[in-house]
Design a protein around this ligand. Structure first.
Ligand SMILES: [Zn+2]
Length: 446
């Protein structure tokens, strides 16, 4: 697989810039109201129905509200191609409208086709998005790294609109394959309307690393009063605001507007290291255990809450190793130590995961099947899905009884610049680079 070095100097950017600043972000995050629930596609929950939602003497939803909630859940489920769940929602309901809707969804179900070949599913990945290109690209120690490895919010939104328009639908790795009753990995059927194409999205290093502070990125992911995942961001005037300032929140908003962009609620993968904490919270005991400015239990609690809310929204988590380790060149001993740290410090915050996204795309093997002690260690640690980098082809997949490996395409300044110079054409399937490029990036395109 080629392209392994495309994020090679990221480590330098990360380690070279450790600001000795204690980030006291704990106070920035608003508490979520207990009992607030959004409608879950196919899940049949809606505000007012969940446990803990009874307020004072207020009674539960009226029969009309219950009926409407069922219709809404069925509509969303069908829009996200889960026809079985949609029909199940409608089953207990009565009325002409219900009959019409049932007929419509049954027809859609009959017309849906199974995706022809799960080995032909593309995967695009990003890093944290640049909200303020002026600050990110201002001459400074990180500017070139940001230009090379990141895209701006403006670029990301244009890319998202383009892939949606081209018929791509977001799936998660577990939609693609899972273990069967014998414990062997196998492809799962993905049923979509004709012309729709599955796509995996991932975002690496969603830590809001210390070195990024003040450079025009979001500061964290948090949960607002209504239970919705949002970002904290300090605007150029130093004012702290909340909103969609990174991939997960921007995708959430986009899917809310275009439910058909998500297959059965799936959104994408968030890949986490551990050395600067996760999701903008400084949760690492190893790194911050001695830091009196950081309330570790509070940071961990906050991170857990955000992780749970992200999972509710259809995001899944991957290990990106604790220390952004190069799995190709690191010794088995180093990988063992790193894996222990990730298991101790990150797994408890996000829950279990069987996904591993290689830092730098540095894989355990070439295109041959995995074997050897590093692989056995990772497999023993619970990883069944592995993700490298390959920009030479729109899709590359390897399925064995034991694992699924998928190549990812980096969407960043380097890959967009190379595309503009005609060095590869892989991005053309997804968007027109010339059209999405942020004018703020111009000086880095020479
Ligand atoms: Zn990384």
């Amino acid at each position: 697989m080629s392209g392994h070095d495309s994020t090679r100097s990221m480590r330098a950017a990360i380690t070279g810039m450790g600001l000795a600043v204690a980030l006291a972000l704990g106070g920035c995050s608003g508490p979520a109201e207990p009992g607030s629930q959004r409608s879950a596609p196919g899940g049949g929950t809606w505000a007012g129905q969940g446990p803990g939602s009874s307020q004072g003497t207020e009674q539960g939803p009226s029969p009309e509200e219950r009926h409407q909630a069922g219709i809404d859940a069925a509509t969303t489920a069908a829009a996200q191609y889960d026809y079985t769940a949609a029909l199940k929602e409608l089953k207990p309901l009565a009325g002409q409208h219900v009959d019409d809707l049932t007929q419509k969804i049954t027809a859609q179900q009959k017309k849906a086709v199974t995706w022809k070949d799960n080995s032909q599913i593309s995967h695009l990945f990003f890093h944290s998005l640049i909200v303020d290109p002026k600050r990110a690209f201002d001459p400074g120690p990180s500017a070139q790294g940001y230009a090379d490895y990141m895209v701006t919010v403006k670029e990301f939104k244009a890319i998202l609109a383009s892939v949606y328009k081209k018929g791509y639908v977001l799936v998660n790795p577990h939609d693609i394959a899972r273990k069967n009753a014998q414990g062997d990995m196998e492809y799962r059927p993905i049923k979509l309307p004709k012309g729709k194409k599955p796509l995996v999205l991932s975002e690496d290093d969603v830590s809001y690393y210390e070195y990024m502070k003040g450079d025009g990125f979001a500061a964290n992911l948090t949960v607002d009063g209504a239970g919705k995942v949002t970002n904290t961001y300090k605007d150029p005037h130093g004012k702290t605001v909340r909103g969609a300032y990174d991939m997960p929140t921007i995708v959430d908003d986009f899917v809310e507007e275009h439910p058909g962009f998500s297959y059965r609620g799936s959104k994408g993968i968030i890949a986490l290291t551990g050395y600067n904490g996760v999701l903008g919270y400084r949760t690492s005991d190893i790194e911050y255990g001695d830091d009196k400015h950081i309330d570790l239990p509070a940071q961990k609690q906050q991170a857990k809450k955000v992780a749970a809310a992200l999972k509710d929204e259809g995001w899944v988590f991957a290990s990106h190793t604790w220390g952004h380790a190069n799995m190709t060149s690191s010794s088995l001993d180093r990988i063992k130590r790193d894996t222990r740290k990730w298991d101790d410090e990150v797994r408890p915050l996000i829950g279990d995961t069987d996904l591993l996204i290689f830092p730098f795309g540095a894989d355990l093997a070439g295109i041959e099947r995995y074997s050897g002690s590093k692989y056995r260690l990772m497999k023993k640690d619970g990883f069944d899905f592995y993700f490298g980098i390959d920009t030479s082809t729109p899709a590359w997949m390897q399925l064995t009884d034991d694992y699924l490996r998928q190549a990812r395409i980096n969407v960043d300044g380097l890959s967009m610049k190379a595309a503009m110079e005609g060095k590869h054409h892989v991005l053309e399937k997804f968007f027109d680079v010339e059209k999405v490029i942020d004018p703020a990036r111009k000086k880095y395109l020479k």
